[in-house]
Design a protein around this ligand. Structure first.
Ligand code: CUA
Length: 324
């Protein structure tokens, strides 16, 4: 499958190519003249320098020609910019929320996902904001990029013209895991998109990272599939997966797998202590993570998740207990 393109791709590439061609021609002309003058006026052939005092024709030529070229470049650049900033009225609207270090896409009917699903051949408008620091939403294949700034709503639009996935990057350095702030825009056939958009499920299969490949057999029974999905949704919504994995692999914070029941080596007011990771410990570690800093992770600040309601908090704790 080829990389999808947007209605900007061709236009912008043409402008870019034209500017490159102009630049190369200019470079060749300047080099040719330079070489010619070096040979023509070297000391052997031209022993006596003769200064020139003004040449109006020449001055007009070297002013007017570059002016025309630069004006042409400006015209096409400006037209391209206007096209980019004027969102068509009928655009399909999606809200984008950036935060360290993931993207969330919110649709008008209440759906959310971690990949941007869009219908083919339809104008799409993204209204974007950030929950923390400056990010930049970048779809290289579509030739669109726009800063995503806290406390502000920025926008961009595009019209996808081929089906398939394309990369989404964060193009503004935003901290330790900036390079992992990745997502995808997935262009779907209109019928396929419609089925997903109006479908019952709140998110497409890949929206919440699945734990099924993360040792499902060893999860404690008694914690239902439904509770597990809800717990993962709470963790996802609170950004926990940015730093914690559930499969034992390393990330910014300790993995949640096998955490329960371990001895934790923690720093309390600079003093090292050993605490068993029981339910109470997990609760403290979620609500007030700075009070007992886990050794080896004491340089990483975890934002306290103190706005969880008691039910959500219990759900998470039970979920962590189940990850053996
Ligand atoms: Cu977000 Cu870099």
């Amino acid at each position: 499958m080829t990389t999808p393109v947007s209605s900007f791709t061709e236009t912008f590439d043409a402008i870019f190519l034209a500017i490159v061609i102009f630049s190369v021609i200019t470079l060749l002309l300047i080099t040719a003249f330079m070489v010619y003058f070096v040979i023509r006026y070297n000391r052997k052939r031209h022993p006596r320098a003769e200064p020139i005092h003004g040449n109006t024709t020449l001055e007009i030529i070297w002013t007017v020609i570059p002016l025309l070229i630069v004006s042409g470049m400006f015209y096409y650049g400006y037209e391209g910019f206007r096209y980019l900033r004027e969102v068509p009225e009928d655009a399909f609207s999606v809200n984008v929320v950036g935060r360290m270090w993931d993207w969330t896409f919110q649709y008008e009917n209440g759906k959310t996902s971690d990949k941007l699903y869009v219908p083919l051949d339809r104008n799409v408008k993204l209204s974007m904001t950030s929950l923390d620091v400056n990010h930049s939403f970048f779809i290289p294949a579509f030739r669109v990029k726009e800063d995503v700034v806290p406390g502000r709503t920025t926008y961009l639009w595009f019209k996808p013209q081929t089906v398939g996935p394309a990369d989404v990057f964060c193009a503004e350095y935003c901290g330790q895991r900036h390079a992992y702030m990745l997502s995808e825009v997935v262009v779907l056939e209109p019928e396929v998109f419609e089925r997903w958009y109006t479908g019952e499920e709140t998110a497409p299969p890949a929206a919440v990272p699945s734990a099924t490949d993360a040792a499902p057999a060893r999860e404690v029974t008694g914690f239902t599939e439904d509770q597990r999905e809800r717990a993962r949704k709470v963790l996802w919504d609170n950004g926990c997966f940015s730093c914690h994995t559930t499969d034992g692999s390393e990330n910014l914070g300790p993995s949640l797998k096998g955490l329960y029941g371990q001895d934790r080596y923690v720093l309390v007011d600079g003093q090292e202590r050993v605490i068993p990771a029981d339910g109470d410990y997990l609760r403290r570690a979620i609500v007030d993570p700075d009070a007992e800093l886990v050794k080896g992770y004491d340089g990483v600040i975890m934002p306290p998740a103190d706005d969880l309601d008691p039910e959500e908090l219990n759900l998470i704790i039970e979920y962590i207990k189940s990850l053996r």
